[in-house]
Design a protein around this ligand. Structure first.
Ligand SMILES: O=C(O)CCC(=O)C(=O)O
Length: 264
């Protein structure tokens, strides 16, 4: 349970994060807050609709593509660049205090403020991967400074995650693997979704169903994926990701990205 007076997490939850791979907080954000986040997502969708190709607009970076001859939003990187309320959420103590406990630091760098859209039938997928492969691009871009991953990813459910809306899936115990090779592919390469390193057994995957406001915390070695939205409804999530100071040596796109936060 969330401790509503301090927003801190328990020792058991910290162990669960490092051993199983994720923590789930039910209803961490309320319906008014989710409505405001949805308004931001609507604004982002409208901005994306005016773009012909992947580009940065009003401080957010829109990664666009086509699936089955349909324009798709693959992701919006540094969504808060154009939507200040999303930056407010990224600095909210309900996210940052647990992350400070998990990172072992009251100061960190926010690398991700990312909006994921899955519109009905748009074919957007995020094949099996560990987040470390998007943080550490080689050539000194990443250093595990705290020795326990140096990164925490959070994911706020904006629309209900149902079995057919493309929910998140995790492999329990995957943090113990360290980094494994899922291949060098983009998120939505279909072969990427099928990549199977030695440790990986898809039948162990746990599907996370969630209501708007529910929030996940997971680590850089947690193997996860999400597949097509075959429902008739949107499935959107807001991702905020935080790195231990000095871990990241890469500039991410978006105005004000990689900002420093302090939890007091
Ligand atoms: O939107 C999703 O389901 C994918 C989330 C994901 O893969 C990630 O946060 O790294």
């Amino acid at each position: 349970m969330v401790d509503i007076t301090t927003n801190s997490i328990t020792r058991d939850e910290i162990d669960q994060f490092f051993e199983t791979g994720w923590i789930e907080k039910k209803a961490l954000f309320d319906s008014n807050e989710i409505d405001r986040m949805r308004q931001c997502f609507d604004n982002l969708e409208e901005l994306a609709g005016g773009l012909a190709a992947t580009s940065t607009l009003e401080g957010s970076h829109f990664v666009l593509g086509r699936n089955r001859d349909q324009a798709v939003i693959k992701r919006v990187v540094w969504a808060g660049g154009s939507q200040p309320y999303l930056l407010e959420i990224g600095a909210d103590r309900r996210l940052t205090l647990p992350c400070s406990q998990l990172l072992g630091s009251n100061e960190f760098e926010q690398l991700l403020s990312q909006a994921h859209f899955k519109r009905p039938g748009d074919g957007v997928i995020f094949g099996w991967h560990q987040d470390i492969q998007h943080r550490d691009k080689g050539g000194g871009t990443w250093k595990d400074v705290n020795g326990s991953g140096s990164f925490v990813q959070t994911l706020i459910v904006i629309d209900e995650m149902t079995p057919d809306s493309g929910p998140l899936k995790f492999i329990p115990g995957s943090p113990r693997w360290g980094r494994v090779d899922f291949g060098e592919h983009d998120y939505d390469d279909p072969d990427y979704a099928l990549a199977q390193p030695e440790h990986f057994h898809v039948d162990q995957a746990v599907t996370i169903l969630g209501k708007p406001g529910d929030t996940l915390f997971f680590g850089p070695y947690t193997a996860h994926a999400s597949f097509e939205n075959t429902s008739a409804s949107y499935r959107r999530v807001l991702i905020n990701g935080y790195a231990y100071p000095g871990a990241n040596h890469r500039q991410y796109p978006g105005e004000g990205s990689c900002r420093k936060l302090t939890v007091t």
